[in-house]
Design a binder for this molecule. Structure first.
Ligand code: FAD
Ligand code: DLZ
Ligand code: SF4
Length: 508
């Protein structure tokens, strides 16, 4: 009566639901499969990170004398799919039962729920309890509300988790210190240095595999310096707490040339793959406040990202899938320009954000939202294509977290379910929060004409194009009041200028 404990590549957590009652004689199954490495053409570093982290995780079971059956991508007979590899493993081990943890993605859950019938043995699919809220908890909250704003969900999560609470009240008398968190980087400020993690022999093997097998995927493979074990991911977290957290709040929205990380944690790949858990990160951050090593605006701002945004995003995903992936409320029809893949453009902000992404498989939130996301929104690019780009290019990207961020937060494709207004802005925002504009071929102060910053005319053309849908939004009242003063020829001229610019961009 052998039980197979099937662990997926983003379930690398020893306390995982599928493992918590592991018994002598059980076998842990882990499989590298082509379906997962190529369902989109992931950034090379993302594949290397997952495969190396999986191989290291398997070794940790061996150290515990737990039998682990690990199938490598190049193993003879590898069928390339989760279900195919499970079927082969069942035969190999004459297993009578499978225990697995519910997957992060709708696509995989749809497949997993067929396994019991197709394999003809019991398949125990357990809730993934690594989050603060279950999908059902979120659905219950959503059912009781007219508007699904993150802030209100976050307050419930604060109360339930008791993080940064003083009895029933938030520590410091405020739930949210966001208004303190919008500073530009002063020139003289020293940014924290990050450790890299030298690839060991296991990682070297994976890097060689990725270099040959995924040569045509996006992004640079070297230098590869991600942590691939829990102990190194914990070091990365500690490094963030010591060196960056105190300034995280102040400079959360700041961007700088040549500085992809600023004061961000750079832990999302570890968190999403399970090397770190959200609760331990939030508790560690709270301790920095309690022990007076980091100010409240920084710690609250950071905890809100994980306890608030991350949980909320996951809740929306499971509440609204599969229809959410089809949303396109602004009827965006343009194809993704080639510059998203090449990084070749005279727009310095875009070249910088995409260049960093190619080199590191990372960019921080404001670059994703207010540079690459903002441009796609203003340009009217099909949300599905935008979502695919984000899923490909970041080491932390999984459908459950990428999709609501793209369709909901960034592209307003869900019509305002997630965001109360589109995150659309002219070049002025980028100029305020970065040093990009001073070295750009375009002039951020110029509104139209060949030297004008494209974000400026694209912004007004976006408002004109979407006036019917957005004019009634109270949070958009100001720009629409400005537009009301424009005559038709002026509107037509801006629209034509934006279209000329966009038509001139090469597409795939
Ligand atoms: P920090 O800024 O240091 O924040 C700490 C942690 O908070 C992050 O590690 C992350 O786990 C969590 N977090 C912060 N914001 C969000 C958010 N909006 N949604 C979910 N978690 C959040 N995050 C992903 O993990 N995977 C994605 O595929 C992804 N795609 C995105 C696409 C777009 C268009 C946008 C606007 C955001 C996306 N995000 C995604 C959210 C966010 O940009 C990243 O989590 C963050 O940049 C990761 O870097 P960090 O670890 O340095 O984060
Ligand atoms: C992202 C990824 C990649 C690139 N490769 C694998 C793999 O070979 N085997 C595996 O178990 N998981 C992989 N993953 C993570 C899965 O895509 C992820 O577990 C599912 O999408 C569910 O969230
Ligand atoms: Fe970007 Fe415009 Fe600034 Fe150039 S001028 S960096 S295009 S915002």
């Amino acid at each position: 009566m052998t039980t197979l404990r099937f662990v997926l590549g983003d379930q690398l957590t020893r306390s995982l639901a599928a493992l918590n009652d592991i018994a002598a004689g059980d076998i842990v199954l882990m499989v590298e499969v082509a379906d997962e490495t190529t369902y989109v053409k992931h950034h090379k570093q993302k594949i290397a990170f997952i495969l190396s982290a999986m191989r290291h995780f398997a070794d940790e079971f061996r150290d515990e004398n737990i039998h682990v059956d690990y199938v490598k991508l190049d193993d003879p007979g590898n069928t390339g799919s989760f279900s195919g590899e499970l079927q082969r493993a069942l035969k190999r081990h004459k297993a009578s039962r499978v225990v697995v943890t519910s997957p992060g993605e709708w696509r995989v859950l749809a497949d997993m729920t067929t396994w019991q019938a197709t394999l003809g043995i019991p398949v125990d699919i357990r809730d993934d309890d690594r989050f603060f809220a279950t999908p059902q908890r979120f659905a219950d909250w959503a059912a009781s509300r007219k508007s699904l704003r993150m802030e209100f969900f976050y307050r419930e999560m604060r109360r339930e988790s008791d993080l940064l609470m003083q009895g029933d009240d938030p520590v410091g008398g405020q739930w949210n210190f966001d208004s303190d968190n919008r500073k530009r980087l002063p020139k003289s400020l020293q940014l924290p240095q990050r450790f890299g993690y030298e690839p060991d022999a296991i990682t070297q093997d994976v890097l060689a595999l990725v270099a040959t097998r995924f040569a045509d995927h996006f992004g640079d493979l070297a230098p590869f310096d991600w942590a691939v074990t829990r102990s190194d991911a914990l070091r990365a977290l500690q490094e963030f707490l010591d060196r960056a957290l105190p300034s995280f709040g102040d400079y959360q929205d700041a961007m700088a040339t040549g500085e992809p990380f600023v004061f961000h944690a750079v832990i999302s790949p570890y968190l999403n793959a399970g090397l770190l858990t959200p609760r331990e990160i939030c508790v560690a951050a709270e301790r920095e406040y309690i022990e007076k090593r980091a100010p409240l605006n920084a710690v609250e701002g950071f905890i809100r990202q994980i306890l608030g945004w991350r949980e909320y995003i996951r809740g929306i995903y499971w509440l609204k899938m599969p229809d959410y992936a089809e949303t396109n409320a602004l009827n965006a029809v343009r194809s993704l320009p080639w510059l998203y893949w090449s990084g070749e453009t005279k727009m310095h902000c875009m070249a910088e954000a995409i260049g960093q992404t190619k080199r590191t498989a990372y960019s921080h939130h404001i670059q994703r939202l207010m540079v690459t996301g903002n441009f796609a929104l203003l340009a009217g690019i099909v949300p599905k294509q935008v979502a695919e780009w984000y899923l490909v290019v970041y080491a932390d990207a999984y459908d459950w977290v990428e999709l609501p961020n793209v369709h909901g937060m960034s592209q307003f494709a869900d019509g305002g379910l997630l965001a109360s207004k589109p995150y659309a802005s002219s070049g002025a925002y980028i100029d305020r929060m970065s040093d990009f504009c001073k070295d750009c071929a375009y002039d951020v102060k110029v509104k139209s004409g060949p030297t004008a910053c494209p974000f400026n005319y694209l912004y007004w053309a976006f408002l004109i194009r979407n006036a019917k849908t957005l004019r009634g939004n109270v949070r958009m009242a100001m720009p629409y009041r400005t537009l009301a003063g424009w005559d038709e020829p002026r509107k037509a001229a801006i629209t034509a200028e934006a279209e000329r610019f966009l038509d001139g961009l090469a597409v795939e």
